[in-house]
Design a protein around this ligand. Structure first.
Ligand code: ATP
Length: 427
């Protein structure tokens, strides 16, 4: 884990947040490469689950919603974790993570704890200038509720018919008691969520469909190794009271096997809470009004980035290499002039770099020797390195070196973009 955190910082994937002010515990900033990787993940998700399907549509709702939303969803009442306090140093911990006689991780004293007390995870703020009860609002703890609250408006504007889903990507906030493990658990994070609406009779079939979609996303799109992913059937008593079935997808992070994503059958709980007066869906043929049932697949964006980095990280043949699937890589290619002090090579390489940039994110490097430049690109997962040499000036061909096979091939500069596009299409 230390290697990954240090690579992430050194190469600009993820930095500690507010670092020049001594940081802010468990806050992280995505640097230039991390932003590219994260955006690639989000764009692939949107393409796969919204654009490529006829039964999906997307929204982008406000982060701060009317507090009545959280009353109806029972978040204000129930969205809490039990916490216990060390009687010696008064530090607080999640009860689920501790046993009664455990030594306090902060002060090292043994077993003197208060009884567990519920702690609400909603992040509170005040709207307007007066900090009074009437102005209390909350940052959303999940993106899900907006899909229920906007259900009717989406229906009216899109004319979707069951089964269909609403997708959203966005930030969520939770006042976590024990954040930690790098970007695994933070108080501000991003989610990609789908609320998929079905008739009650169809929930099992839909659940299975989303289960296989999630597997395919993890293994085919993100390229995570199958053996690093485990399904956990959440047993009775541990599921939300309205859920008849929930699966957690767990990943083998270096710090343990923990939740990556979730899949839950939520029944009609949410729509019933928000549309108390009358059911929001009318069957076009029978005219019957009813509450659709909901399958909710949910993906953490930051945990996706973390799992991808962990899975892709390798040390081999004296180099560190991020074996990212090419469509996830921050740069699809890097362009180098063989020698930095030959203006004609630099000019030709710049020309090729500019042309390629019209198609993909492309890096440029002219420092040090070629071997070092390859290593620098391997470390950030760039799949192909393009070198412009003296032969290029004669016949307009370049060498393309592959990150994984280390093989080099000679390609016409005019065919470079379609060559790389072809390779991206293959993987
Ligand atoms: P956990 O048990 O780890 O607290 P959860 O079951 O409460 O997670 P959900 O409410 O199901 O999580 O949220 C959906 C997804 O959002 C999770 O699967 C995870 O990927 C992501 N997520 C939840 N909480 C956090 C957090 N504090 N930091 C980063 N990602 C999070």
């Amino acid at each position: 884990m230390e290697d990954i955190v240090s690579l992430a910082k050194r190469r600009g994937f993820v930095y500690p947040g507010s670092e020049i002010y001594g940081g802010l515990a468990n806050s992280w900033d995505y640097g230039p490469l991390g932003t590219e990787l994260k955006n690639n993940i989000k764009q692939l998700w949107w393409k796969r689950f919204v654009h490529q399907r006829d039964d999906m549509t997307g929204i982008d709702a406000a982060l701060i919603m009317n507090p009545k939303v959280w009353e109806a969803s029972r978040h204000l009442e129930n969205f809490s974790d039990p916490l216990i306090e060390c009687k010696n140093c008064h530090d607080r911990f999640r009860f689920a993570h501790m046993s009664e006689d455990v030594v306090c991780p902060t002060c090292g004293k043994k077993g003197r704890w208060t009884n567990p007390k519920q702690f609400n995870l909603m992040l509170k703020t005040f709207l307007g200038s007066a900090e009074e009860q009437a102005n209390v609002a909350y940052f959303r703890p999940e993106t899900a509720q907006a899909m229920f609250v906007d259900f009717k408006q989406v229906l009216d504007t899109t004319r979707k018919k069951l089964p269909f889903g609403i997708a959203q990507i966005g930030k969520a906030f939770r006042n976590e008691i024990t954040p930690g493990n790098f970007i695994f658990r933070t108080r501000e994070f991003e989610q990609m969520e789908i609320e998929y609406f079905v008739r009650e009779a169809d929930w099992k079939e839909s659940f299975e469909e989303w289960r296989s979609q999630m597997w395919s996303w993890m293994t085919d799109t993100l390229g995570l190794k199958k053996e690093h992913i485990h399904e956990l059937e959440v047993p009775d008593g541990k599921r939300a009271h309205y859920s008849k079935r929930t699966i957690d997808f767990e990943y083998d992070y270096p710090f343990g096997t923990k939740e990556l994503y979730g899949l839950a059958y939520r029944g009609d709980f949410d729509l019933k809470n928000h549309f108390k007066e009358a059911p929001p869906y009318r069957d076009a043929e029978t005219n019957e009004l009813f509450y659709p049932h909901v399958i909710e697949p949910t993906w953490g964006v930051d945990r996706s980035v973390l799992a991808v980095l962990c899975d892709a990280y390798a040390e081999e043949e004296g180099r560190v290499v991020l074996k990212l699937r090419p469509h996830l890589a921050p740069y699809k290619a890097a362009v180098f002039p063989l020698l930095a002090n030959k203006p004609e090579l630099v000019a030709k390489a710049k020309e090729i770099h500019s042309a390629l940039k019209m198609h993909f994110a492309v890096a440029w490097d002219h420092r040090g020797n070629i071997g070092k430049r390859y290593f620098a690109q391997d470390e950030i997962g760039t799949p192909w390195c393009v070198t412009v040499d003296f032969q290029t000036l004669e016949d307009n061909t370049v060498t393309v070196r592959d990150r994984d096979t280390l093989k080099q091939e000679r390609i016409k500069a005019t065919e470079l973009a379609s060559h790389i596009a072809g390779k991206l299409g293959e993987v």
